[in-house]
Design a protein around this ligand. Sequence first.
Ligand SMILES: [Zn+2]
Length: 124
Amino acid sequence: MAVVRVKPGCSFRTIAPAGFVILSTLKAITRELSFDVTITSACDGAHPAGDGAQSLDPHYTGEAYDLRTHDLTPLQKGQLLTTLITRLGDRFYAFLEAPGTGNEHIHVQRRRGTLYTVLDYLAA
Ligand SMILES: [Zn+2]
């Protein structure tokens, strides 16, 4: 059975309700698609928020994850991204970051400007 793997050193010190949704959706998708997916970044690493406010970066608030794409075929990459976008719905956002470069990965997060509370999580 395919599983979600985690790169050593990845920090999950905070997981927000939206983060739980992303993780459980990823787990279900991985099983369906039958290939392993590796989380390369959670709360760790440098993720500039663009405005210097590091605390606002969704990685630091437990609402964003990076997924390795280098070990996936182009077909698997497309399947993973499309399924994530479809399953998570419009309160989430996923895209292929830095395509074709050494830093290529899928970044998935709660969509900016939206709120996802524990009540939303429990109701979903
Ligand atoms: Zn990211």
